[in-house]
Design a protein around this ligand. Structure first.
Ligand code: OGA
Ligand code: MN
Length: 284
């Protein structure tokens, strides 16, 4: 029976019922999921009870899983499996970091791993413990933002290339400095500023906090332009806020979106999510 996605907002996001994500999808179901993902950009599967291995197996059906550049800040669990959490290994809420040790990357608008030569195609995030107040994941559609640019802006941006760099992302988000290991794992890379989606040919801006500057332009000027574009693209009219329920498996299309977590009481409320990331191909 074909899947019937239900819209989560007028803009983007659908809920898909009737899929048990403990079982890797058949070829037919996988094709329907990809079609929904490329069309609606965010998919939510509700009430999923998944072990780490089951999440890995389900997401691996869509491609090779990524390792994690940031192996600090609580996020590193296994090479292909990460956590987004405010808990330590014993399950206690982490205390505030020392000055200069902060990591704010998740709460700044970004597209996952755009600092890699082959950035992520999709991220799978599974809600284990979720917050009552705040802590939504906010998604801003770069496809809708691109479509809303005027013709003059589209022509001006067409053909430009953007440098993405983990170390600059850490500066952009006022986080601790990148480590030498992180610098080694993620040297600067370039991607088109206007990206064509590999799955459906739609154009979008390809920006976010991992974007450092515009190739061939003064660095500060390029960075200022990128932040202006990001402000434009993340206006409320382009944003869907996902309010988490325990058991939600949220899958998103990285080429079409920037996302971030909304603030919450991170020293009071527990927030723990399991995560896998599927690698994409070359950008064009
Ligand atoms: C991520 C991410 C946002 C959130 O997992 O890539 O950015 O709301 N998460 O936790
Ligand atoms: Mn992310």
């Amino acid at each position: 029976m074909p899947l019937t996605p239900t819209p989560l907002s007028d803009l983007l996001g659908v809920e898909i019922a009737g899929v048990d994500c403990r079982v890797p999808p058949s070829a037919a179901v996988k094709a329907e999921i990809l079609e929904a993902l490329y069309t609606h950009q965010v998919i939510v599967f509700r009430d999923q009870t998944l072990s780490e291995d089951e999440l890995i197996a389900f997401s691996e059906a869509f491609g090779e899983l990524e390792m994690h550049v940031n192996q600090q800040d609580g996020g590193y669990a296994r090479p292909n499996f990460h956590t987004v959490t405010n808990l330590d290994k014993d399950g206690n809420i982490l205390p505030p970091p020392e000055p200069g040790k902060e990591y704010n990357g998740t709460s700044a608008w970004h597209s996952d791993k755009s600092y890699m030569p082959y950035p992520s195609m999709a991220t799978f995030l599974h809600g284990i413990e979720v917050t009552k107040e705040g802590g939504e994941t906010l998604f801003a559609s770069l496809t809708h933002a691109y479509a809303a640019l005027d013709d003059e802006a589209k022509a001006r941006l067409d053909g430009l290339k953007c440098v993405h760099h983990w170390a600059q992302s850490m500066r952009n988000s006022k986080s601790r400095p990148a480590t030498e290991e992180e610098e080694r794992l993620a040297p600067p890379v370039t991607h088109p500023l206007i990206r064509t989606h590999p799955g459906n040919g739609r154009k979008s801006l390809y920006i976010g906090y991992h974007a450092s500057h515009i190739e061939g332009m003064d660095e500060d000027e390029g960075r200022a332009e990128l932040f202006r574009l990001l402000d434009f693209a993340t206006q409320d009219r382009f944003v869907y806020a996902h309010k988490w329920r325990v058991g939600d498996l949220v899958v998103w299309d990285n080429p079409s979106l920037v996302h971030k977590s909304a603030p919450y009481k991170k020293y009071e409320e527990r927030r723990h999510l399991h995560r896998t990331v599927v690698r994409g191909g070359a950008t064009f």
